[in-house]
Design a protein around this ligand. Structure first.
Ligand SMILES: *Cc1c(COP(=O)(O)O)cnc(C)c1O
Length: 368
């Protein structure tokens, strides 16, 4: 199929080169947006239609739109990187597309075909490629999302949806960059239960986690760690990141995909890279109690959180209502640092992409 699914209508009022250059200097995370966005509609009678990459602008939706009442919404998070030789790449976009499809199924939403998902992103990145920051650790964060627009207050899956992709130039997710973070272990709240939506990337999971996240901030922590819903004993993941543990005898552990944690693409990539590096990789349940004991005895030497937004960030201190403990000497450990650099180097085209994870986007330079 060579027919284009998206009509391209560039804005007549792009941000000036000077303003864009200023915005790209310190973009922060998720606060600066490019000139355009991609949209695509779905209705039960027409399927996917009206693909458009046009000026970024507010939506007009009916106040009765189902998303505003019942939260039928899913999203993805991925990045376009400038490689060291000036090319533009996405990292494993097919994996994001497939996960978007699984999230859609769980939330009773239509599944967007992988080719359309990737085409929307490619067209947007092509049009807004000048928004890709080139400084170290910076990239163009892409936010595909799908939400229910049917004006109907009855409770059933919506018959109308809007798909959209935003592009946001970003620097490091945490203000401290890749410096160790302090995490708060929530004893009051859980994120997901078996049979729920924990494995889907939906806005509702985040809404349910915000109070625990706010408590984390109140206790001087950067992120919240959630325990399992049944025993409140097993470590699951952070609000928006997966978690790994490193032992002094070269074991790398992470909680298994039990249906209550999000199947991170960074998590999967780390499991593959670590195995190649000769680490003993285990997807195994790990209790909070054991984490404390192992940190105290020195069996556990490192812990880190990972996800597209923050990449890999070391966990320095673990805190709960009763007290806190430090991982190793509180600084980034060698396994965490090595994995971080390998992943970033593959994404930047510095190291060979032996897994075919990179998806190149041809940028057409204007003639003349
Ligand atoms: C997105 C997300 C992750 C990380 O997934 P990546 O594919 O690595 O970005 C982890 N946990 C939650 C809850 C998430 O929403």
């Amino acid at each position: 199929m060579s027919e284009k699914s998206f009509v391209i209508t560039p804005t007549e009022h792009p941000v000036s080169d000077a303003d864009r250059a200023r915005l790209l200097e310190h973009p922060g995370f998720g606060a600066v947006f490019s000139d355009h966005m991609a949209t695509l509609k779905w209705t039960s009678d027409k399927g996917w239609h009206d693909g458009l990459v046009g000026p970024r602008r507010p939506f007009q939706i009916d106040p009765a739109a189902a998303v505003l009442h019942y939260g039928q919404e899913i999203f993805e998070g991925m990045k376009a990187y400038q490689t060291q030789n000036g090319g533009v790449v996405l990292f494993r976009p097919e994996a994001n597309a497939k996960r978007f499809g699984r999230s859609a199924e769980r939330l009773a939403m239509p599944v967007l075909p992988t080719e359309l998902f990737i085409e929307a992103i490619e067209e947007l990145v092509r049009l807004d490629h000048e928004w890709i920051p080139t400084s170290e650790g910076a990239s163009l964060y892409l936010r595909p999302f799908l939400f229910a627009t049917e004006a109907f207050l009855g409770v059933r899956p919506s018959r109308e949806f809007t798909f959209c992709v935003l592009a946001s130039p970003v620097g490091p997710y945490f203000s401290g960059g890749q410096k160790p973070i302090t995490v708060w272990v929530s004893k009051d709240y859980i994120r997901a239960a078996s049979g729920g939506t924990g494995a889907a990337k939906c806005g509702g999971n985040y809404a349910a986690g915000l109070l625990a996240q706010a408590q984390a901030y109140d206790h001087g922590c950067d992120q919240v760690v959630f325990l399992d819903a049944v025993e409140r004993r097993w470590i699951e993941e952070l609000g928006g990141m997966n978690v790994f543990f490193v032992t002094k005898d070269g074991k790398l552990m992470t909680p298994p995909l039990s249906g209550t944690i999000l199947e991170g693409i960074t998590r999967d990539s780390i499991l593959k890279l670590a195995a190649e590096q000769g680490l003993t990789v285990q997807e195994t349940p790990y209790s909070y109690e054991q984490w404390k004991l192992d940190a105290a005895s020195g069996v556990l030497t490192e812990a880190f959180a990972c996800g597209t937004a923050a990449v890999i960030v070391p966990i320095g201190v673990v805190r709960d209502a009763a007290g806190e403990f430090t991982i190793g000497n509180g600084a980034a450990g060698p396994v965490t640092e090595t994995l971080y650099h390998r992943l970033v180097n593959i994404q930047r085209g510095v190291e060979a992409d032996t897994h075919e994870w990179l998806h190149k986007i041809e940028i057409l330079q204007p003639v003349g």
